[in-house]
Design a protein around this ligand. Sequence first.
Ligand SMILES: Cc1cc2nc3c(=O)[nH]c(=O)nc-3n(C[C@H](O)[C@H](O)[C@H](O)COP(=O)(O)OP(=O)(O)OC[C@H]3O[C@@H](n4cnc5c(N)ncnc54)[C@H](O)[C@@H]3O)c2cc1C
Length: 339
Amino acid sequence: MTHSVSLKPHNTFGLDHTCRELIAVKTTGELISCCLALYQAKEPMLLLGSGSNVIFCDDFEGTVVLVQTRGIEVATIEGYHLLSVAAGEDWHELICFCLEQGIAGLENLALVPGKVGAAPIQNIGAYGVELNDICDWVEYLDLSSGRLIRLNAPDCQFAYRDSIFKQQLLGSAVITQVGFKLAKAWQPKLDYGPLKALKNTNVTPKNVFDCICQTRMAKLPDPKTMGNAGSFFKNPVITNEQFSVLVDKFPSMVGYPQGMIHTKLAAGWLIEAAGLKGVQIGGAAVHKNQALVLINKDDATSDDILALAKHIVDCVESLFGVKLEAEPRLIAATGERSL
Ligand SMILES: Cc1cc2nc3c(=O)[nH]c(=O)nc-3n(C[C@H](O)[C@H](O)[C@H](O)COP(=O)(O)OP(=O)(O)OC[C@H]3O[C@@H](n4cnc5c(N)ncnc54)[C@H](O)[C@@H]3O)c2cc1C
């Protein structure tokens, strides 16, 4: 345990805030006892995996618990591989492990940064697959009762970048373990972007994995060299009526059907169409190739990032009447805040 620790190495945006104490937990037992003790002491607490989906807005006046628990158990039943994975396992390394074991189904989510325990929280998704599609159950510590509870996937209320852990269970659940159910008969998902080129070929899970890795490395800035938190805004979902009014006015607007009555807009398209690509406030900037990604270009402060994010929200709203919402979690002095 240390006192007044820099959080800079623990967030991919590279923001230079501190917390009062930092505790790295290596076993599930430690994770449980540490979180229960902090909860009972009413100490502000923040769980952190790889810090790839947080923006520290201030110094954190409490304890950060770094989840570094390890362990992957594999079992098989007829037709499926079943995995039980500790919250602190690295997401991408889990995919590599699965491929080595001949277990497929996770490869579309290659190179999504972060730990396994954070993946259900915003139902991570990329290239046509969401965690939702492969998750069997999520086990969490219920802080108020001190009990471990296992929720089956349908009870996790998974939705686009959302789950019960961002709603009813916000602040009261510590994810300890995630279960996956992966079909032995692999069904490749090749409907998105560069994956389409693999259709009608003898495609293997490794081909999909390689294609995703190459695409992501070419498209997205690497947080190790350019601080960022991936997509800064969620893709807004509007009604089909609203979409048809907008598309009359802006014929090249991009929209994807979302169920029967909604359309999902591409937030990146909206930001680019508002002329905001490359715009900079202080040290924070909109990436010049990826309008959806805000970057730490030049020692950005959290105020720079928040000012830039608000400027984007205002410009997009006044042009299109659509309000963007931040995707990363904004962490203030004692807990989460909104933009
Ligand atoms: C370059 C880049 C690309 C990205 N691409 C994608 C993408 O394609 N798709 C996508 O969906 N996301 C993407 N993201 C976002 C990010 O990778 C995911 O949200 C990831 O799941 C975050 O994991 P983490 O361990 O870094 O979480 P953290 O940032 O450490 O934590 C995120 C939130 O979860 C909470 N939390 C963490 N662990 C636990 C736990 N065990 N129990 C309870 N609460 C916990 C934290 O308190 C925090 O509120 C990207 C991010 C970056 C930087």
